[in-house]
Design a protein around this ligand. Structure first.
Ligand code: ADP
Ligand code: ADP
Length: 227
């Protein structure tokens, strides 16, 4: 379960002005197990910033962000790392990997990190890569030279390898063809069915309507950015 209580976020601009801008003002929001909530709002509204806050990217911020009872605002860095490993998954827009690691290991890694046996982790990685139509001849290669769409699908496979109780999805269907988009939406539906609480950004309205139960327009929390 994901719960935000009176969360706000300001950035200090590290230029000559050192101006402080408030990007998110006083958000309270609760996402139940098995529920998917879409963040909407124009570009610059603060959707990605809010997702990064929930993921514990920022050191100081006001309010409470509870993930299965752990407050990521107050938690020690090592507890945030453990939370990300076990409880809170994040599918970002772009794949970031250690060079030269084979795709199969990239995808299996989150499962190994929570103590899954190597064979179980590998079987799950193979299942996801096949489902996402990554040709088997690529599985032993590093994904760094893959096409944008292939990298995105590897990123999604990795994001869904472990069954996180809470997930953050940043445009998981962007730039996918219809077939793979459907696969991703099914993965999201499966995650919901097993009780994951999900917050996502989906520019594709049909995708959003299919998998999300509610929409939250983030611009209502944007306090008008001062010039
Ligand atoms: P969205 O995802 O809705 O397009 P963002 O969360 O990326 O919006 O951005 C919200 C606002 O916060 C924008 O005005 C953006 O420029 C600003 N912003 C985001 N990150 C930073 C940062 N690290 N420093 C300063 N401003 C930032
Ligand atoms: P992501 O792959 O996470 O979506 P982005 O390209 O949106 O990455 O952002 C990369 C980094 O730049 C993030 O750490 C974010 O906080 C920062 N950032 C985003 N927008 C701004 C901005 N307007 N000013 C300064 N930093 C920003």
């Amino acid at each position: 379960m994901i719960e935000l209580r009176n969360v706000s976020k300001t950035f200090t601009l590290h230029n000559q002005s050192s101006a402080v801008i408030e990007v998110i003002n006083n958000v309270s929001l609760s996402v139940a197990a098995g529920e998917c909530v879409a963040l909407t709002g124009a570009s610059g509204a603060g959707k990605s910033t809010l997702m990064r806050m929930i993921y514990g990217n920022y050191l100081t911020q006001a309010g409470q962000i509870l993930i299965d009872g752990t407050d990521v605002v107050q938690a020690e860095p090592r507890d945030v790392i453990a939370l990300r490993r076990e409880t809170l998954g994040y599918v970002s827009q772009f794949l970031r990997v250690v060079p030269r690691v084979p795709t199969l290991d990239v995808v299996a890694e989150p499962l190994r990190a929570v103590g899954a046996k190597a064979e179980i982790a590998q079987a799950r990685a193979e299942e996801l890569l096949a489902k996402l139509n990554i040709p088997q001849r690529l599985w032993s290669l590093s994904p760094t030279t893959f096409s944008g769409g292939e990298q995105q699908r590897v990123n999604i496979a990795r994001g869904f390898a472990h069954t996180y109780p809470a997930m953050l999805l940043d445009e998981p269907t962007a730039s996918l063809d219809a077939t793979n988009r459907d696969v991703v939406l099914s993965l999201i539906e499966e995650a919901k069915a097993r009780g994951a609480a999900i917050i996502g950004i989906f520019h594709d309205e049909a995708a959003r309507v299919r998998v999300c139960d509610r929409e939250i327009d983030v611009s209502q929390f944007t306090p008008g950015i001062a010039a």
